[in-house]
Design a protein around this ligand. Sequence first.
Ligand code: ADP
Ligand code: GLC
Length: 477
Amino acid sequence: MSVLFVASELFPYVKVGGLGDVMAALPRAMRALGHDVRMLLPAYPELLAAVEVQGQTVAFPDLMGGGPARILRAEAPGLPLYLLDQPTFFDRPGGPYDHPEDLAKRFAALCWVAAHLGREGDSEGWRPQILHGHDWPAGLMPAYVAYGPGPRPATVMTIHNIAFQGRFPASMLDGLWLPHHAFTPEGVEFHGDIGFLKAGLKLADCLSTVSPTYAREIQMDGGHGLESLMAHRNGVLQGILNGVDRAVWNPAKDPHLVSHYDLKHPARRVPNRSDFQRRLGLHEDPDAPIFTAVSRLDVLKGLDLVLENVDHLVAQGAQLAQLGQGEPLLEAAFRQAAQRYPGRVSAFIGYDEALAHRAFAASDVILVPSRQEPCGLTQLYAQAYGAIPLVRRTGGLADTVVGASPETLQNDTATGFQFDEANGWALGEAINRAMALFRDPVTWRQVQRRGMMAEFGWEHPARAYLDLYASLLLKGA
Ligand code: ADP
Ligand code: GLC
């Protein structure tokens, strides 16, 4: 099958969160199964500098009023790319979602180009059978396909996070090259605005999201206003879990670690602890359990519940490390906690890929107290690295962590700790359970081993997406 992904992030060049990781792993896993999967992205400066550009395939005198644009063919290792090179929109510093003044136009331009490639193909005659968009930046792609002339490829939208929807004023309709008849509840209109994600979810031939539990939640009360649309499209919506890219996340080979280890050599994990403690200014205490959160600081990630438990953790003799950036109030609160407990609490405000790897290799517990979590990758990386995830039972966290209980410990299926209510007390109670287990090294090792043995490869999800495409093509969508 020939497939074109439409995306806004790609690890290791441009990554804000898990979307970048998934975009790096999933298309390559599909290619390994023999399918011609390629990806369309903006020609960010970071990408142009790092990948091999092979030439221009299509050019446009103007796109969305942003001036001349062209599509470049390029190659990241093992992944053919199409890059939308439109300097006004993309050749500038900053993250992919910065520069609000033309946020709508530049992702609309990306979506329009995707639909163009889907209909016309590139200058070498390659034309995808499937266009697969990811999150709101790709949301208008199914709209340009639906309202444009035929022939049309089949369209798929994957929701990585329904909280980010790309809503813009109706007055932008002409500027986004959308026909007026598209502005209805059956099309791109959403409560009087233009809804990018809404349009994609309404108009794509089929939909997926990144865990079965999240697929249910977004039809009930977790859809951020899109619940009824999701319930209405239930018949074409699937939850497919993400995986772990073992080429990037493997403690036996990870170049960021001071000591490599695997299931057979767990003792070799230990030097990574003291290295991490030293780097973060934590006391090099071999007996203190290290609780760590590696996360964007966003209200949905529930890090305020961790802040409520700082005193509790310290009183029990634990250490707390936080790696992340985001909401200024949360950043300030973590900084204050670190000042209050030097050597016991550490706040790293920033983004550091290497430090994140070290955190998974050093920590005893990875905290993921999310209010909502479509899939979540850090609880998967934690398991692969022998850190035990402590998670709220929501979305993908519910689907990928088996909470320790007398029964799951007895039958050796437990891989972590879970709690239900999104409040500090419930997290505190789960921390108590983790502390109690930590004092029982034999059982702790058992849970750690079970997590390290968990199979979260990408081949299985890749096959699930391929099945979904195949059924679409069979239906003649
Ligand atoms: P989300 O996509 O909602 O942010 P995920 O758990 O799917 O959540 O993915 C988060 C990704 O970002 C993981 O690869 C995680 O290691 C990484 N990450 C988050 N915060 C940081 C940070 N401060 N430094 C380095 N990596 C980070
Ligand atoms: C989103 C979600 C996260 C998911 C990631 C990759 O950013 O917040 O839960 O793991 O996408 O699908």
